[in-house]
Design a protein around this ligand. Structure first.
Ligand code: 5AD
Ligand code: SF4
Length: 355
């Protein structure tokens, strides 16, 4: 069988929802460049069939850039003394949440570094206030906490939780996130899922030491967790971290991983990540044509935005208003529309193959 026939066969198998083996995932990840259009087209069809043509928006508020972790890849790491740290006041956060609501976006993502300044109780009071004032669907993205904390967040009205597994290799994870363990991350993710949160995970593509096997396992982790949301972005080296100087300027591999995530998980919500938009002028649009169906504009007030410096160039992607305006024009050209509703993960349209 020729390579292109083999790829075609695997894509059909994936498109109808049949599980792929690790070796088959690796084959697709490594496919020759002239078949990549078929991969993206296949992912785009599954996206259309399972989650529709509409693009869902989530408004992000990066409310604190303090972080007690020292991840080798991240500009917010504790040892980065060059970063000017901030915490938004509760009133500033509420005002930003109201601004998001006024633009018609009914889902708010509260994101921060791992900052124990915020005790569980104060997060819960904040969530309750946002709920009362805006009635928005709330997503938390504040790192690992314990089971009781997750329960309290849920009781206070939190609907969704994002916790990227970052990499499926326990060794690489431990190296990149000193003092952290992948199995603890996975346990948190399983707990969040069991509690009934819509749960998000995801990875970075292009990390030093990352292999095809690890990337395939990243995709299998997303599938096995039955995650509802998947954040997949390129690793972008930050000058004030130990990983400065490592090259990763190509978004195609990230798009391949994203397309495969769509094929493997079918009805998940997958954002066109800011990291993709940062690395490539058309990154967001390309992702929306390779399986993505969500965009997450950043509403963090300008005085803070540039200080949420996870990777270089992030805040150059523009103000939320401009992102939405540009998006409206872009998606018009794709014959797609923005959906201003909360966009919960839908049920499967296509029956899973029973073996
Ligand atoms: N490049 C791309 N993404 C990064 N993140 C952190 N550092 C980088 C980087 N250098 C992502 C991680 C993490 C989130 C805070 O940002 O995936 O989950
Ligand atoms: Fe902190 Fe998250 Fe950055 Fe790690 S990736 S340093 S936990 S903000």
């Amino acid at each position: 069988m020729s390579v292109s026939d083999r790829i075609e066969k695997l894509l059909i198998k994936a498109e109808i929802g049949e599980p792929l083996s690790r070796d088959e995932i690796i084959e697709l990840l490594k496919m020759p460049g002239d078949s990549v259009r078929d991969l993206f087209a296949s992912a785009d069809r599954v996206r259309q069939r399972e989650v529709g043509d509409e693009i869902f928006l989530r408004g992000i508020i990066e409310f604190s850039n303090h972080c007690e972790r020292n991840c080798l890849y991240c500009g917010l790491r504790k040892s980065n003394a060059k970063l000017s740290r901030y915490r938004m006041s509760d009133d500033e956060i509420i005002a930003t949440a109201e601004h998001i609501k006024k633009t018609g976006i009914p889902t708010i993502v509260l994101q921060s570094g791992e900052d124990s300044f915020y005790k569980t109780d104060s997060i819960c009071r904040l969530i309750e206030r946002i709920k009362t004032e805006t009635d928005a669907v709330i997503t938390l993205s504040i790192g690992e906490r314990n089971l009781d904390d997750y329960r309290s967040f849920q009781q206070s009205g939190t609907n969704r939780y994002l916790l990227k597994h970052e990499t499926s290799s326990p060794e690489l994870y431990q190296y990149l996130r000193p003092g952290c363990r992948l199995n603890e991350r996975m346990q948190s993710l399983r707990r969040l899922k069991e509690l009934g949160f819509e749960t998000g995970t995801g990875n970075m593509v292009g990390l030093p030491g990352q292999t095809w096997d690890i990337l395939a396992d990243d995709l299998l982790v997303m599938k096995i967790l039955d995650a509802d949301m998947l954040g997949i972005g390129p690793f972008i080296p930050h000058p004030d971290t130990p990983l400065t100087g490592i090259e990763n300027d190509d978004i195609e591999l990230t798009l391949r991983v994203l397309a495969l995530a769509r094929l493997l998980t079918q009805n998940t919500n997958i954002p066109a990540t800011t990291a993709l938009a940062t690395l490539h002028r058309q990154g967001r649009l390309l992702a929306l044509q390779a399986g993505a169906n969500v965009v997450m504009p950043d509403f963090t007030p300008d005085i803070y935005k540039s200080r949420y410096d996870i990777y270089p160039g992030k805040s150059d992607t523009g103000a939320a208003r401009n992102i939405i305006e540009k998006l409206k024009a872009d998606i018009h050209s794709l014959n797609r529309t923005i959906n201003f509703s909360a966009g919960k993960r839908p049920g499967k349209h296509f029956p899973e193959i029973i073996h």
